[in-house]
Design a protein around this ligand. Structure first.
Ligand code: SAH
Length: 343
């Protein structure tokens, strides 16, 4: 995006008041601009009718509200919308808008590309391009909301990228969408998903935001997990689980462990039992995900043991949910965002 100008979406109300003052604008212009942007979805200063001509000129000269372009938009039969957004430097990311009984949720990307290399995830197939700035993540929500005309009430950071590999920008984003003069999304309506970057889980816990944390676990022994998630070499299962216990201690929020069932790999009854023993003293949920194919090779990996696997967890007192699959027909389900046709 335009690097010469300051992006309005980077700032909280208090910060913006100070900043406006430095530019010779009245402090109350901050709340006016925020109302236009977050409530009315107006991104053009010249349309802000309660602002004087002189101040519109000052705003236009020094600030920007630029949003990414919609490069592609796909709508699934189930109503799920997938956007491919392009920023002004050419970097692209995807966001997915999903309707649930409790409201509309958006899945946003935190990086253009991903460095983590998880073998089952389509995002790893595309080279890492760059981190997104906080305002660029926020802009995905605003662009999707204004295009779809939906009232987005929840956000999950589960799109392309590893949010804890872009920590400072992630935190800026969370503070902005959390602020009451902005989207006013409470922490409980926000979920951040990580592959398990342990020091950042501790730092995030200490930050004290009441945000839901999801951790992609997917395996029950270090050997097996390392084979599908290279990050496990650096931070093993025991360290990840310890960090999640700390997250609960600090925030009182149960961590959700993501577990994509891959037929014949991690979906046996023994895996379920080992998972129970790993998590038996942890305040958590397990979110079982029917694995989504990312190429022809993985097209037949769907587990036949889904209900058996879940039953074992339940018998052992571990709360388990099965993720609904939305947007499969448009390659918008988990891990599919970067899937190319026919490879
Ligand atoms: N880097 C973060 C966020 C992106 S992945 C993380 O690892 O959590 C978002 C979720 O989709 C994770 O739980 C991830 O493990 C899961 N996922 C990735 N590929 C998948 C696939 N092919 N099928 C099902 N879930 C997948």
């Amino acid at each position: 995006m335009n690097s010469q100008k300051t992006h309005i979406l980077s700032y909280t109300h208090n910060e913006l008041k100070d900043l406006f003052q430095q530019y010779g604008l009245k402090r109350y212009r901050a709340i006016q601009v925020l109302e236009w942007v977050y409530s009315k979805k107006i991104f053009d200063f010249s349309l802000m009718s309660n602002i004087s001509k002189e101040d519109i000129a000052l705003l236009t000269e020094n600030f920007t509200l630029e949003l990414p372009e919609i490069e592609k938009k796909l709508v699934s039969q189930d109503g799920t919308i997938k956007y491919l957004f392009r920023y002004s430097d050419g970097a692209t990311v995807e966001s997915v808008v999903m309707d649930y009984d409790y409201g509309t949720s958006i899945c946003v990307s935190s990086q253009s590309g991903c460095k983590m290399g998880c073998v089952f995830c389509a995002s790893s197939k595309v080279p890492f391009s760059r981190n997104l700035e906080g305002y660029e993540i926020t802009a995905q929500i605003l662009k999707a909301a204004s295009d779809s005309n939906k009232n987005i009430s929840r956000t999950v950071v589960m799109g392309i990228g590893e949010p804890f590999d872009n920590y400072d920008n992630l935190v800026n984003f969370l503070k902005i969408i959390n602020m009451k003069e902005g989207l006013n999304l409470g922490g409980r309506r926000i979920t951040v998903s990580t592959c398990g970057i342990v020091p950042k889980i501790y730092e995030f816990a200490d930050l004290g935001l009441q945000v839901n944390l999801s951790v992609s676990l997917h395996e029950v022994t270090d050997k097996e997990r390392t084979a599908i998630m290279p990050i496990n070499k650096k931070y093993n299962i025991e360290q990840v689980i310890k960090a999640c216990e700390y997250y609960f201690e600090k925030t009182n929020r149960r961590v959700s462990f993501e577990y994509a069932l891959i037929s014949g790999k991690n979906d046996t009854d023994e895996h379920a039992m080992r998972l129970c023993s790993l998590l038996k003293n942890v305040m958590c949920y397990v979110n079982v995900i029917p694995v989504n194919p990312i190429d022809k090779k993985s097209a037949h990996q769907n587990s036949k043991n889904l209900s058996g696997f879940c039953a074992i967890l339940k018998e052992n007192g571990i709360p388990v949910t099965v993720r609904r699959e939305l947007g499969r027909d448009i390659d918008a389900a988990c891990g599919q965002l970067r899937r190319q046709n026919d490879n």
